[in-house]
Design a protein around this ligand. Structure first.
Ligand SMILES: Nc1ncnc2c1ncn2[C@@H]1O[C@H](COP(=O)(O)OP(=O)(O)OP(=O)(O)O)[C@@H](O)[C@H]1O
Ligand SMILES: [Mg+2]
Length: 512
């Protein structure tokens, strides 16, 4: 017979309070191993026992296992049908034994492994809300006397709370595993993304593009601010992506804010976010700075930011802390800032339209994207690459360029830079079904080449023509791998005629 505890009711209330406080601790645990330790320690204390252990059922293997006991953190495993725990699991009943030496159901294997000597034991089966067996809760060796009915009730209360806590942690564990699996899965996608924006997406072999690529490689690793300058369509955004996706921040997003499209009244909430209820109906919103925490923020068209907005931006850059609109909390942020502009910011500073202190903060490193007319040697490569890309989208092999067409492309001024070149190639991929693109296929302006845009220095017509002629010859030669016969034919000249011009212009007469 179990002994009835003579505890007055106030002591019972204390114990219930203790159960409640254990329950709270259980609910706070998010990690299975930590949960098991907490259970074992707290339950043993509450029930005045030497040891408490939670055995989980491995239904597939038909085994009970425990990762943590009070004194050891070895993993124990045994046949789920064995011992007093097995009996509790099998019958679904609480089993209480005051002296195990006299109980044939007792399995001594666990004692042998743990080095403990079990005298008395209380085993409670654990079932989840769906009625499935999940394990057994065992309390060993009551310190004084035997386990009482009240101990059984307390243990039962604990056991039901444990089951819920276990379910939660296991669910969380599953979620975490799913999450990890997703992360692992996305790792190769990341590789692809990184590949797409790696510096090798920036095409060009000219010295100026090589310098751009070198500088990106040099600054990517740091968190230094970079001011990316260049005309429209020169690849400023492409460069920003290359910096971000080559930096240690690459796994987090590149957040972009177009400062030109930002109405003055929204600047602050866009940059720093807003707290709920600042005005009627306003929901709280995270700003771009917070969204770019531990990542990169691209402030595009920074030259269009108003002076008021500039001073707000400067403060965050200096203090690395922000406050949401209507918020009182200072939120620390770790953001790498890239700024892009097609304006001359230094001139804007001189004109008083751009804050000098902000300019220096942003311009730690300056990356200048050259206009296409300054990297004419890259035009054939860029044109072919874009043409191939757009033709692939149409499932057709890319056509070749005639030397005349290439000469026009190389000589055109390209005010819209690489973007304009890309658009022209897209148009050609659609409008020229043949396997060769001739000068006549090009857009009018491009076909007219430099002749449409007389050089600004205003040389004489003869010089301008000579300049054009020389460029066309160089391009044709490059295209024909310095086969003079072919180059001459492409240019509509005799071979002798070409050689004469080569001499006149001093073009290197490379072997074929
Ligand atoms: N060197 C390059 N190699 C390959 N593609 C390029 C290069 N430069 C620019 N591009 C392409 O040209 C297009 C325009 O580039 P991007 O949008 O980066 O220009 P931008 O300087 O930001 O222009 P804007 O000032 O108008 O915003 C994009 O499709 C980009 O991929
Ligand atoms: Mg841009």
């Amino acid at each position: 017979m179990p002994t009835r505890s003579p505890d007055p009711s106030s002591q019972s209330a204390d114990k219930l309070l203790a159960v409640l406080s254990i329950t709270q601790k259980l609910n706070a645990e998010r990690d299975l191993a930590a949960l098991l330790t907490t259970i074992a320690r707290e339950a043993a204390r509450l029930l005045d026992a030497e040891l408490a252990s939670l055995f989980l059922l491995d239904a597939q293997r038909g085994e009970l296992w425990s990762k943590v006991t009070l004194d050891t953190d070895e993993t124990l495993r045994f046949d789920a049908r064995q011992g007093i725990a097995g009996e509790a699991l099998r019958t679904g009943q609480i089993v209480r034994v005051d002296d195990v030496s006299r109980d044939h159901r007792f399995f001594s294997g666990v004692d042998q492994r743990t080095g403990h000597t079990t005298h008395s034991v209380m085993a409670l089966p654990l079932r989840n809300l769906r009625g499935e067996d999940v394990g057994v809760f065992e309390v060993l060796n009551k310190r004084r006397g035997a386990f009482t009915d009240e101990d059984v009730e307390l243990a039962r209360l604990l056991a039901s709370q444990m089951t819920i806590a276990l379910e939660t942690t296991q669910l969380l564990g599953d979620l975490r595993r799913d999450h990890d699996a997703l992360l692992a899965n996305s790792a190769h996608l990341w590789k692809e993304v990184e590949g797409r924006f790696a510096t090798d997406r920036i095409l060009g072999t000219s010295a100026k593009i090589a310098e751009v690529v070198r500088l990106i490689g040099q600054v990517a690793d740091s968190s230094a601010s970079v001011l990316i300058t260049g005309e429209s369509g020169t690849g400023k955004e492409l460069a920003a992506k290359a910096i971000h996706y080559n930096s240690p921040r690459a796994r987090r997003p590149l957040v972009a804010l177009n400062c030109a499209a930002l109405p003055e009244a929204l600047v602050e909430s866009e940059l720093f976010g807003i707290e709920k209820g600042v005005a009627t109906g306003v929901e709280s919103r995270v700003g771009k700075f917070e969204a770019a925490h531990q990542a990169t923020l691209l402030l595009d068209e920074i030259g269009d930011l108003s002076l008021t907005a500039q001073s707000k931006l400067l403060r965050v850059l200096q203090e690395r802390v922000l406050e949401r609109v209507g918020g009182r909390r200072a939120i620390p942020v770790d953001v790498r800032v890239l700024a892009a502009t097609n304006k001359n910011l230094a001139a804007a500073v001189r004109a008083g339209a751009f804050r000098e202190d902000l300019f220096y903060r942003l311009n730690v490193v300056q990356l200048h994207m050259p206009p296409l007319r300054e990297i004419r040697e890259d035009i054939p490569l860029l044109a072919k690459s874009y043409l191939a890309q757009h033709c692939a989208e149409q499932n057709r092999p890319p056509p070749e360029f005639s030397a005349g067409a290439l000469a026009c492309l190389t000589n055109y001024r390209w005010p819209g830079n690489v973007r304009e070149l890309g658009n022209e190639m897209k148009r050609l991929a659609v409008t020229v079904p043949r396997d060769r693109i001739d000068a006549a296929d090009l857009s009018d302006l491009i076909r007219a080449g430099d002749l449409q845009q007389p050089p600004q220095t205003g040389p004489r017509l003869k010089d301008a023509v000579a300049q054009l002629e020389r460029r066309m010859i160089e391009t044709a030669l490059a295209q024909c791998r310095h086969n003079q016969q072919q180059a001459a034919r492409a240019l509509g000249l005799s071979r002798q005629g070409l050689i004469k011009k080569l001499k006149r212009y001093g073009v290197a007469n490379r072997p074929e």
